[in-house]
Design a protein around this ligand. Structure first.
Ligand code: PMV
Length: 367
């Protein structure tokens, strides 16, 4: 009997939160305790590429991540597969002799091959790009008609931060109020052209997998951190408004101040958790000290070991996710170049040191 394979490939960039999501109010549906805002990286930069295929000859759903087979039996994968299958539509490709009726999708199996061009689970939001890409590719394969915000609510059930990777530019994940999670989805605040002079540099401090997964860390923080309660109720709602304003007006000073403050508070919540969580390491702390001393360079900090006369690099936004890698946002290419020169001088990358590499723009990866 003649068989066929239908394939779709998608590429999805990762995103970095500038106002962090930390804490779930519902662990199964992945509903957060606060809104969050992120910037989506250049798709040619840190991304996941996923190919999904369907064929009557496949006898089970299977997935390979970076060439190694992984299990799809986990609830998160199953939720995404089930939700997309429920929205699948009829597909017809006369040339290839393919006709899949709406109801056939329940019986057909898929194969998924996914590749990250950056370290997996090292605090570089690999699950964000991964689940967003999986959901997007499956939706295309099955001709689901949902728009990206509706798809984001499905990607959210794979990994919370994944919902923000379905859009470019700056994206807000609205926490929502509904118990079923139907209004907990991502919306684009501005597209990638709105503030395209920003340059993101990632200092890959360590590509090792993190010790505490975000799932465990968030659970412990929700259960034990009073600072998390205060942050979710009193701090983030105001910060979200201020951040939206800063982005709309391309006000880099406010943007940088809010980004750094929010990263600091997220890591303070981690320390306030029992047992405490340490995502940043000594190199991360030295980098913050270095960046702060740059910002204060015009004041009396000349005795500091990290002192350097900074001009354009004075305002640099830094943020750290659930890992030790620094994500630095410079306000333009000139500032980024100056910053990178200084970083290379103070924190030279090498394979046996704590700092592995810098990733900048869409091309140069310095090893
Ligand atoms: O979506 P998760 O479970 O990988 O959690 C991501 C949490 C942070 O990266 C630390 C913050 C965020 O908003 O992305």
């Amino acid at each position: 009997q003649k068989t066929w394979v239908r394939m779709v490939t998608a590429q999805t960039p990762t995103n970095i939160a500038v106002i962090k999501y930390w804490g779930k109010r519902d662990e199964t549906l992945i509903l957060p305790v606060n809104d969050s805002i992120s910037v989506t990286l250049d798709p040619a930069h840190l991304c996941t590429i996923t190919t999904v295929a369907v064929s009557p000859s496949f006898d089970q759903d299977r997935m390979w991540l970076n060439g190694k087979e992984i299990s799809l039996s986990g609830g998160r994968y199953q939720n995404c597969l089930r939700e997309i299958r429920a929205r699948a539509c009829e597909v017809e490709d006369k040339e290839k002799g393919i006709k899949i009726a709406k109801n056939d999708w329940e019986k057909l199996h898929v194969h998924v091959a996914s590749y990250n061009n950056f370290p997996t689970a090292a605090g570089l939001a690999s699950s964000a790009a991964g689940f967003a890409c999986l959901v997007f590719a499956l939706a295309k394969l099955m001709k689901a008609k949902e728009d990206n915000s509706e798809l984001s609510a499905i990607a959210r059930q794979g990994s919370g931060s994944a919902c923000r990777s379905l859009f470019g530019g700056f994206v807000k994940w609205i926490m929502g109020k509904a118990e079923d999670g139907s209004d907990s989805l991502a919306v684009q605040l501005v597209d990638e052209k709105h503030w395209d002079e920003l340059v993101i540099i990632i200092a890959v401090v360590s590509s090792r997998q993190k010790e505490t997964s975000s799932t465990t860390g968030m659970r412990d923080s929700v259960e034990t951190s009073l600072l998390l309660q205060h942050r979710a109720k009193e701090v983030v709602p105001k910060r979200i408004k201020q951040m939206e304003e800063a982005i709309k007006n391309r006000d880099f000073g406010s943007f940088a101040q809010l980004t750094c403050a929010d990263s600091n508070q997220f890591h303070a919540v981690c320390l306030d958790t029992c047992p405490p969580i340490f995502y940043m390491n000594d190199t991360s702390h030295r980098q913050v000290k270095f960046l702060v001393s740059c910002q204060c360079a015009s004041h009396s900090r000349s005795s500091s070991k990290f002192y350097m006369k900074c001009d354009d690099t004075k305002m640099v936004a830094y943020t750290f996710d659930a890992g030790p890698n620094a994500v630095l946002i410079a306000h333009n290419r000139k500032a980024a170049t100056q910053l990178l020169q200084k970083l290379l001088f103070c924190f030279p990358p090498s394979s046996d040191a704590d700092l592995n590499s810098y990733v900048i723009g869409d091309k140069s990866i310095l090893k």
